[in-house]
Structure formats: structure tokens, C-alpha cells
Design a protein around this ligand. Structure first.
Ligand code: ADP
Ligand code: MG
Length: 703
């Protein structure tokens, strides 16, 4: 008797599932528990109610169902190569069948006078089709009209297939797990009238029908409910966090801004703030006067001037005796922030320090000591700030820059540094569409800088094919002659990093010939370089000592060299839209006309062509982010993968906006009605969320 299972049971507790298979399931699909297994969904179904004619077989069929008699058995080959062939014959023609194993069994048990229903995968050899190891069963003509059901096809991997965990193997396993699951493990967690009124089926129905459907309508209904659940889980948790923060979580008060803030504003501001910058500062000011924790997302297009806003917010903290901190995603950015802020802060006599992974042990010790004793007002850093050894005396504000690289869990780690959570200001690198913001940051309040500093000229973007390479270089030379600086960017993508690195180095050597010294000066940075070397080379460019910076996307976020006026992006089709927009944002930071040249081969996919077109047409980050979302398929969203916070298996933020809207609406409705989920009506939901969080897959908790 096989063991009873719970959703939280590890897959090892499934009777008969070999350890090697468990390892593969974990490694290939992150299937650790029975819950994970039952939420491993088919990517497609084969309609088993339909029977085709042999003459209809073509390459388009992954699987096909046929009906006929089986005859003309033949034994071919010797030893390990021995195989049995036969023909399936119907009124339209015949097709070859082949067996490599169980030969004797099939030869004996198939009767040449009976009719069979056959199911299998046609493969073409030469101009002839063969079906290897088909599923067969005896069937009378009248059985055909009663056929129903769908065969689910599950995602698998080569390694899994070798171990018998192909689609069929997975189906059997899922069926077994489902059969032995305790009956009360999967239950409806929303009130019936709520789901009914929105045309949703129940959660138990959805799980059953996604794996074992009989009708197409059942598949569609199951998919809709599961997509809903994926969004709903996220929305309800974010809204609970939000409610907790608004109603319960105390926050520091920053009532006074008389000293540093005012002084900076009146005497040291390097330029007048834009209306949008002022508006955001007012919003932040309001947040920090309410006695609750601020958790605000600041969206603003590249170059819209988020840095000064963050600095002035830090001044609000310092004015009230608190320390403030900025966390940046890369070393380069942290250093750049440090240089800017140090410059501003010096005028105010404030202490700013930087702490990153490369800070020397001796300096680190001193910084940590001074930090703990409140001698440092502002600390700039990378992930290194999250380490437990970093202890502030009284951290009042954390600014997280270009944040899509930090997950909710990482944000949470910073909170732990205080008894009370500091105020949090999260700044995005590029605008993100509303639907995505809602999904990723539904727990945050939201500000937008929707205005660029005055005098900016829109960047002129052009798309060139490699055949017009010379022309591009002419444009670069023209800018250099005017005293401006140039970026040349090469793609470097993780999986093919070696080849890409070679491309970059080869490209660099070629560029050296096109831009020879001493007339031109050039340097290079890439991610595989040592940090020291990278910083040194970067400095050469930032300080204007070299004209041309050849790089990979390490310059993507935040780097600010206003004198750089032209960027050439090699193999631009290999970048996504938001990445291109980010890259392009490195130029056009001064008052002069800037250019972005996108270079590609002539042969381009339709999608890549569209991307180039969007870039040439628009410099509006909000528009580009919407287009980006439309162009990219499900599960492929910027940042969400790295952050690891969001697991959408079926739902797609770009394609299922209506279901997301519904999930958001119901979650809102529930939280307003019962913020603590303490009523009987939402008891099941409370239990469900608890199960999901604690037993099944721990949701990175923020508070
Ligand atoms: P981002 O929002 O991309 O982080 P930055 O804060 O780096 O943008 O600002 C981009 C450039 O614009 C910087 O050189 C900055 O000094 C300048 N800048 C910011 N605000 C203003 C303003 N109100 N007027 C003029 N220049 C500004
Ligand atoms: Mg920035």
C-alpha cells in the first residue's frame, strides 16, 4: 500500500520514485514537493477523440491517432539491432510500425483479423512515415464514435527522458501523486459566490482538469483558473504587506528639514529642479511625516534626474539625526553615486562612505566601526551592505537604485538592520508597464518623474546594416573631432560568454585600426575583467582622458558621462528593448544633440526588425516598455527572473492583463473587507496562504 501524500510531501515520499529521478525533477524543473509536481502543467494536449486517415499523416503531427488493421509482420536485423515491423492499413493507405523491444510479445498478441486504434508519433525517413512503439488497443468501429479525452504533453528534458520521465512518464507520476494525495489537501480557498460570479471554476476542479481533461472547454477553464491563482497569490500577498505597512507598521518621523535640506536647496543645488522632481520630493516629504514606513517606488525615464531626488531624500533623514544608505546593483554604479554624493555632501560637511565587495579589509573595519558609532551619515554600497556585519547606529532611509536586480527578499534583509524598518525608496532603471509594476511592486506606493530636465534634445537614433559600417565610423569621428566622447557596445550574453568575449576582443583590435593612436584614444571594460582594471579603465573615460569606451553592457545602468554624445551598438538585434533603451540613455545627458547607432546584419527576424523600429521611432521609456512587454513571450520579463520573486507558470503579464486585473480586483475587495483575513468567510484563504508560504514554498517575507 503506497503512502498517503500531502502537498508538502517531498517527492521522495512518492512510492517507487527512484532517487535519481527525484534529483532530475529537482534539477530540471525545481520540483521538490508533491505540490510542485501537481503544478507542473502540460504545455499542450492531443485530442484523442479524433481519428485520422493514414493518408493525412504529415510532418505537422506531433502525435496522431489512426484506426485500421495490422499485418505484414517482418523481423529485420540481428542482435541489438533486431526489430519488428508491420503495417497499419486503413481505407486510405498504409503506414509502417516498428518495435525494438517486446518484439515477441507484439508479434504474438496482435491479431491480423482485428481492428486497432493506434496512437503514436509519426517520423519521416526518406519519403516514408514510420511510427515507433505506438500505443495500440483493439477497437470495434462503434467504439470510435465514443472516443473522448485528451492526452496531456508535459515539458521534460533529455536527461529526464532517458530515465523514463518523458511526457508519458510524468503523466503516470502525476496521476500517482494525485491518486494518493489526501483528499482534503486541495480545497477551494475562495468563497464560492466570489469565484462563480467571475466565471471561475474551483481550484480542485482546475487541478483535476488541467491534468485529466475530457473536453477542450475543461482545459480552457482550468487554465483560466490557474492563471488567476498565480496572479491572485501575488496580489493578495502584496496587498497584505501594504495593509500591514499602512495600518500597523510604525515608521520614523522626519519632521525637520531646516538644516541640511534647506541649506542644500537654497545654496548648493547645481540646477533648478524640474516640476516633476519637486512633486516627487513633496510626496516623499508627506510619507516621512506620517509616522508610518515609507515604501515608495520611483519611476523615471533614463536621465530624468533620480539621483538628486535620492540625495535630497537622504538629507531629510540626516536632518533628523538618522543615517541614510544607497544600495546600487554594481560596483561601477556605487562608485559613481559615491563620487556625486560625496561632492554634494562635502559642501554640507557630511560624511559619506562607500562599502563594496572590493573594499579593503582595513578600510572595511574602520567603516563598520564608524557606522555603528554614528560617525558616518551616508553609506553607499552594493550587495555588500546586506551582510550581517554591516550595522548602522540608526538607519532611517534606504535608497535602492536601479532596483529590478534586487528581490523582495533582499529588500527585506535591509529591514532587519533596525528594530523599526527604515523608509525605503526604490528607483527603477527604466520605466515598467503598469501591469508589471502592479505585479512586482503592488506593495509599494508609486511616484513618477515624467519630465526630463530642460534643454535636452531627443537622441537621434539610426539603424544601420553592417554594409554601411564605414558611414557609422565617419559619424563617430565627426563627434570625436568636436571634442565629444563615444561608446561602442558589444553584446555579451551569459551562455555564449566565451564567444562574445572573443568578439569583443577581436572587435577591439579592429577598432584600434579604425581609430588609430595617437589621434584617437580608446579603452575597454567588460564583466570578466578584474574590478581594479575595470574601474581604472572606466575612470579614464569618465574623466575624459580617453575618447572611446568599448564595452559590454556593464555600462548599462546609471553611468553618467554628459560629454558622451554618440553610442554605437554592435549586433543591436541581440539586445532586448528595455536594454537598448537603458544603453541609449548613457548618451543625451548633456545639452548637445546626441546619437545612437544601431548596427545589425541585413538578415533580421521580424521581431528584431520591430525592435529596431521602435527604438528609431521613440525615446519614451514608458512607450518602449509597453512595446517590450508586447513583443516578448510569457515568462520572459525583464528583471522578474533574476529577482526570483515571481513564479508565473501559465499566466503572462503581457497576454493575460484581464485576468491580472480580475485577480487584483478580487484581492483588493478581500483586503478591504477583511484585512487580517480573520472572518470565517476567509478562513480557507488564510489556511491556504499559510500552507503556500510555510509548507509549500516560502514566499520571501518582507516584514
Ligand atoms: P537618472 O534618473 O537616469 O538616474 P541622473 O540622476 O543620473 O538620471 O541625471 C541625469 C543627468 O541630468 C545628470 O547629469 C544630472 O546632473 C542632470 N540633472 C538632473 N536633474 C536636473 C535638472 N533639474 N536640471 C538639469 N540637469 C539635471
Ligand atoms: Mg540613475
Amino acid at each position: 500500500m503506497a503512502a498517503r501524500l500531502k502537498l508538502s510531501s517531498p517527492i521522495e515520499s512518492i512510492t517507487g520514485l527512484a532517487p535519481a529521478k527525484c534529483e532530475l525533477l529537482k534539477k530540471n524543473f525545481k520540483i521538490f514537493t508533491v505540490y510542485d509536481l501537481l503544478h507542473h502543467y502540460p504545455f499542450r494536449y492531443i485530442d484523442k477523440s479524433k481519428v485520422y486517415q493514414v493518408a493525412e499523416v504529415d510532418e505537422n503531427f506531433q502525435y496522431i491517432q489512426l484506426y485500421g488493421t495490422i499485418s505484414q509482420f517482418q523481423m529485420i536485423g540481428e542482435g541489438a539491432k533486431r526489430r519488428l515491423t508491420a503495417k497499419l492499413i486503413d481505407a486510405s493507405g498504409e503506414i509502417e510500425l516498428v518495435w525494438f523491444q517486446g518484439i515477441q510479445y507484439y508479434q504474438k498478441s496482435i491479431s491480423q483479423t482485428d481492428t486497432y486504434l493506434l496512437f503514436g508519433k509519426p517520423q519521416k525517413f526518406g519519403n516514408k512515415y514510420t511510427i515507433a512503439h505506438p500505443e495500440i488497443r483493439k477497437a470495434l468501429p462503434e467504439d470510435i464514435s465514443k472516443l473522448s479525452g485528451f492526452q496531456p504533453l508535459y515539458p521534460s528534458s533529455e536527461a529526464m527522458k532517458k530515465k523514463g520521465l518523458d511526457s508519458t512518464g510524468l503523466f503516470k507520476l502525476i496521476k500517482q501523486a494525485y491518486t494518493y494525495l489526501d483528499a482534503d489537501e486541495i480545497f477551494e480557498f475562495l468563497p464560492n459566490e466570489l469565484i462563480k460570479s467571475h466565471g471561475l471554476i474551483t481550484y480542485p476542479e482546475a487541478i483535476y482538469q488541467i491534468h485529466f481533461p475530457n473536453l477542450n472547454a475543461q482545459i480552457l477553464a482550468a487554465i483560466r483558473r490557474i492563471k488567476f491563482d498565480e496572479f491572485f497569490q501575488i496580489q493578495i500577498q502584496l496587498k497584505r504587506l501594504l495593509a500591514h505597512r499602512v495600518h500597523i507598521q510604525k515608521g520614523f518621523l522626519f519632521p525637520s528639514i531646516e538644516h541640511y535640506f534647506e541649506k542644500f536647496y537654497h545654496h548648493h543645488l547645481p540646477f533648478p529642479l524640474t516640476g516633476a522632481q519637486k512633486k516627487v520630493l513633496k510626496e516623499i516629504r508627506r510619507d516621512t511625516m506620517q509616522g508610518r514606513q515609507m515604501n515608495r517606488l520611483l519611476q523615471g525615464d533614463v536621465g530624468s534626474g533620480k539621483t538628486i531626488v535620492s540625495f535630497m531624500t537622504m538629507l531629510m533623514a540626516v536632518d533628523n539625526g538618522f543615517q541614510a544608505s544607497i544600495m546600487a546593483p554594481t560596483e561601477i554604479l556605487a562608485r559613481q553615486h559615491y563620487e556625486h554624493l560625496e561632492h554634494y555632501a562635502r559642501a554640507l560637511n557630511l560624511r559619506v562612505e562607500i562599502l563594496t565587495g572590493t573594499t579593503k579589509a582595513k578600510d572595511k573595519k574602520r567603516i563598520l566601526d564608524e557606522l555603528e558609532h554614528g560617525k558616518i551619515d551616508m553609506l553607499i554600497g552594493t550587495h555588500a551592505l546586506i551582510e550581517p556585519t554591516v550595522v548602522f547606529k540608526n538607519l532611517g532611509l534606504v535608497v535602492i537604485d536601479e532596483q529590478h536586480r534586487f528581490g523582495v527578499a533582499q529588500r527585506a534583509a535591509l529591514w532587519k538592520k533596525n528594530e523599526w524598518p527604515p523608509h525605503i525608496l526604490v528607483m527603477t532603471a527604466t520605466p515598467i508597464p503598469r501591469t508589471l509594476a502592479m505585479t512586482l511592486y503592488g506593495d509599494l506606493d508609486y511616484s513618477v518623474i515624467d519630465e526630463l530636465p530642460p534643454g535636452r534634445k531627443a537622441i537621434n537614433t539610426m539603424h544601420f546594416f553592417y554594409t554601411h559600417r564605414e558611414k557609422c565610423f565617419e559619424l563617430l569621428k565627426l563627434e570625436i573631432e568636436k571634442g565629444r566622447q563615444v561608446y561602442i557596445v558589444f553584446p555579451l550574453i551569459e551562455e555564449s560568454a566565451k564567444i562574445d568575449l572573443k568578439n569583443l576582443i577581436d572587435g577591439y583590435e579592429e577598432l584600434m585600426k579604425i581609430f588609430p593612436e595617437p589621434k584617437f584614444t580608446m579603452t575597454m571594460v567588460h564583466g570578466k575583467m578584474k574590478n581594479d582594471e575595470k574601474s581604472a579603465n572606466m575612470d579614464l573615460f569618465v574623466t575624459g582622458k580617453v575618447q572611446i569606451l568599448v564595452s559590454t553592457t556593464v555600462i548599462e545602468v546609471g553611468v553618467n558621462v554628459p560629454n558622451a554624445s554618440i553610442m554605437l551598438i554592435e549586433n543591436a538585434d541581440r539586445f532586448g528593448l528595455s536594454q537598448l533603451h537603458q544603453l541609449r540613455g548613457r548618451v543625451g545627458r548633456g545639452a548637445d544633440q546626441s546619437y545612437c547607432l544601431l548596427m545589425t546584419e541585413f538578415q533580421l527576424s521580424l521581431e528584431a526588425r520591430k525592435r529596431m523600429q521602435v527604438m528609431v521611432e521613440s525615446t519614451d521609456g514608458f512607450y518602449i516598455s509597453e512595446e517590450d512587454l508586447k513583443l516578448r513571450g510569457p515568462g520572459d520579463l525583464g528583471g522578474t527572473k533574476q529577482s526570483g520573486d515571481i513564479q508565473l507558470k501559465l499566466a503572462s503579464i503581457s497576454k493575460d492583463a484581464d485576468i491580472l486585473q480580475l485577480a487584483n480586483q478580487l484581492a483588493q475587495h478581500i483586503i478591504v473587507e477583511d484585512p487580517e483575513l480573520s472572518s470565517d468567510k476567509y478562513k480557507a484563504l488564510r489556511i491556504y496562504l499559510h500552507k503556500i508560504n510555510k509548507e509549500v514554498k516560502p514566499w520571501s517575507k518582507v516584514s
